[in-house]
Design a protein around this ligand. Structure first.
Ligand code: UD1
Ligand code: CA
Length: 458
C-alpha cells in the first residue's frame, strides 16, 4: 500500500524561549525536522507533508532542497485539525503515517513494524508505550485487552489517570478513514481542541482492528519541548553514535564526551579523545589519533596521522603520518601531504604543503604552494592580501624560511633557497641562494632611556 507521511510541526515551541522555530533547533547538528524528513524518506514516503504554522518562511527556506509538501495550519486547533488541513493533499487510498516535527529520533525499525501492522482499510496502527509516570500523555483505554479509545490527561477520570500505557501520538491510518472521519471531529473536550486521538474510539466503533505497536526504545518517541529535553535527546543520540563506532572498532576514550554531528568513516584503530567534535563528512584512515578538544569538519586524514589537542580542521585533506597541533587551525583548501608537521598557533588556508614540510610554530600560510622538505620558521606570515586581491606564495622544495619572515605575495622562493630571520621578502628568491631583507643593526653608544616625568600635585 502506498504510504504518505504527515509531519505535524505547527506548534509554537514557546518553552524553547528562542527566536528559532522549535523544529529548526539543532540535534546532532541538524534541525529536528530534518531528522524526521530523512526518516520519512528512508521509509519510502518521498514527498512528506509538513503541517507548519510558526516561523514558516524560515523553515521552508531551509528545506528548499527537499521535496516536501507544505501545508499551513494558521491557527493551532489541535492535532486532529492539523491533519484535517492536510486532507486535500492526501490521496483517497493508501495509508498515512502521522509523525511529529519535535519527535526527532523515531527509528526506522519501529516505524516499519507500525506501518506493516496496517495491511487493509480495516486496520489502524498505534504506537504506544508504558510509562512509570504517564502524566501529561493521552491514556490508552482497553477493554478485554483491545484498544478502544484514547483519553487525554485533561479529560481523564481518576481510574483512567492510573493507566500506564500512553499514546506516543504516532499512528498509521488508512487514508479513506481520515477522509471520512477527520471532517466530523468535535472539539467538545477539556481543551476545546480537535483531537486526532478521537479517531481511535471511532475506529473501534466501526470495527477496525487497532494494533498497539511498541517502539524498540523509549527515547525514540520522546518529544522536545524545552532545551533540557533537547540536550537529553542529544546525549542519547550521541551515546548511540559512540556505541556504533566503538562496535566498529573505534577507540573512544569517553563515549559521553564525543559529539558526532555528521558522518564519520574510519579505518582500523582510530582513536578519539574527549571533547572531539565531528561535523559534515569526515574520513579518518587507519591509526589516526584525534586528541582532546579537536573539531574536525569535512576533512580527510591519512593513516597514522596524529592530531594533537585543540586543533580545528575544516574542509582540508591531510596525508599519512602527519602531525598537526596542538592548537593548529587548518582552514578550507588546505592540502597537507604525508609527514607534514604543523605546530602550535599555525594557520593554513588554501595552502598545499609537500611531503615532510614543517611549520612548527606561530605562522600564517595562506594561498601558498609549498614544496617538499620545506621548513617554515616560527612567526612567518604569508602576506597574501593587498586589501583588494589575494596573491600566491610559492616555495620550492627544501627551502628554509627563517624565523619571523613576511613573505609579500605574489612571490616565489626557489628550491633550496634560504631566507634570513626577520626578513621581509617582497622579491622572488632564486634557488639555492640566501636572501636577507631587513634593516641593518646599528649601535648607538651613550644613548639614554627616556625617564618618567614627575607630575606636580597642584
Ligand atoms: C498529544 C496527544 C496525546 C499524546 C501526546 C504525545 C492529541 C490530542 N494528544 O498530546 O495523546 O500522548 O501528544 O506527546 O493528539 N500540533 C500541530 N497543530 C496543532 C496542535 C499540535 O501541529 O494544532 C503538533 C505540535 O506541534 C506537536 C504535536 O502536534 O508537535 C503534539 O501537539 P501537543 O499539543 O503537544 O499534543 P499533546 O497535548 O502533547
Ligand atoms: Ca506534547
Amino acid at each position: 500500500m502506498s504510504l504518505q507521511v504527515v509531519i505535524l510541526a505547527a506548534g509554537k515551541g514557546t518553552r524553547m524561549r528562542s527566536a528559532l522555530p522549535k523544529v529548526m533547533q539543532p540535534l546532532a547538528g541538524k534541525p529536528l525536522l530534518q531528522h524526521v524528513i530523512s526518516t520519512a524518506k528512508t521509509l519510502g514516503a518521498n514527498e512528506p507533508i509538513v503541517v507548519y504554522g510558526h516561523g514558516g518562511e524560515l523553515v521552508q527556506q531551509h528545506f528548499q532542497h527537499e521535496t516536501v509538501t507544505w501545508v499551513l495550519q494558521a491557527e493551532q486547533k489541535g492535532t486532529g485539525h492539523a491533519v484535517q488541513v492536510a486532507l486535500s493533499s492526501l490521496p483517497t487510498s493508501g495509508n498515512s503515517l502521522i509523525l511529529y516535527g519535535d519527535v526527532p529520533l523515531i527509528s526506522l525499525p519501529t516505524l516499519s513494524r507500525l506501518v506493516s501492522s496496517v495491511s487493509t482499510d480495516k486496520d489502524l496502527g498505534l504506537l504506544t508505550v508504558n510509562l512509570p509516570n504517564p502524566t501529561g500523555y493521552g491514556r490508552i483505554v482497553r477493554e478485554e485487552n483491545q484498544v478502544v479509545a484514547i483519553v487525554e490527561q485533561k479529560d481523564a477520570n481518576a481510574d483512567q489517570l492510573k493507566i500506564n500505557e500512553v499514546n506516543t501520538g504516532i499512528m498509521c491510518v488508512p487514508n479513506v478513514l481520515l477522509h471520512e472521519w477527520l471532517p466530523a471531529l468535535k472539539n467538545n473536550n477539556a481543551q476545546g481542541e480537535y483531537y486526532l486521538t478521537d479517531l481511535i474510539a471511532l475506529a473501534n466503533q466501526a470495527g477496525i482492528t487497532i494494533s498497539a505497536v511498541q517502539p524498540d526504545t523509549l527515547w525514540e518517541v520522546e518529544g522536545v519541548n524545552d532545551k533540557v529535553q533537547l540536550a537529553a535527546l542529544e546525549r542519547v543520540w550521541q551515546q548511540a553514535q559512540a556505541a556504533n563506532l566503538m562496535r566498529a572498532g573505534v577507540t573512544i576514550l569517553d563515549p559521553n564526551r564525543v559529539d558526532i554531528r555528521g558522518e564519520l568513516s574510519h579505518g582500523a584503530d582510530v582513536s578519539l579523545d574527549v571533547g572531539v567534535i565531528i561535523e559534515g563528512r569526515v574520513v579518518l584512515a587507519d591509526n589516526v589519533i584525534v586528541s582532546a578538544g579537536c573539531v574536525l569538519k569535512d576533512c580527510e586524514i591519512g593513516a597514522g596521522t596524529l592530531i594533537k589537542p585543540y586543533s580545528v580542521i575544516d574542509s582540508a585533506v591531510i596525508g599519512a603520518n602527519a602531525q598537526i597541533g596542538p592548537f593548529a587551525r587548518i582552514r578550507p583548501g588546505s592540502k597537507l601531504a604525508d609527514e607534514v608537521h604543523i605546530g602550535n598557533f599555525v594557520e593554513t588556508k588554501a595552502t598545499q604543503m609537500g611531503v615532510g614540510s614543517k611549520a612548527n610554530h606561530l605562522a600564517y600560510l595562506g594561498d601558498s604552494v609549498i614544496g617538499q622538505g620545506v621548513n617554515i620558521g616560527a612567526g612567518t606570515i604569508t602576506c597574501n592580501y593587498d586589501g583588494a586581491n589575494k596573491h600566491t606564495t610559492v616555495i620550492g622544495d627544501n627551502a628554509f624560511i627563517g624565523t619571523n619572515n613576511s613573505l609579500v605575495a605574489p612571490v616565489t622562493i626557489g628550491a633550496g633557497a634560504t631566507t634570513g630571520a626577520g626578513s621581509t621578502i617582497s622579491k622572488d628568491v632564486a634557488p639555492d641562494t640566501l636572501a636577507v631583507g631587513r634593516a641593518k643593526q646599528v649601535a648607538i653608544s651613550g644613548w639614554t632611556r627616556p625617564k618618567k616625568t614627575v607630575k606636580s600635585s597642584t
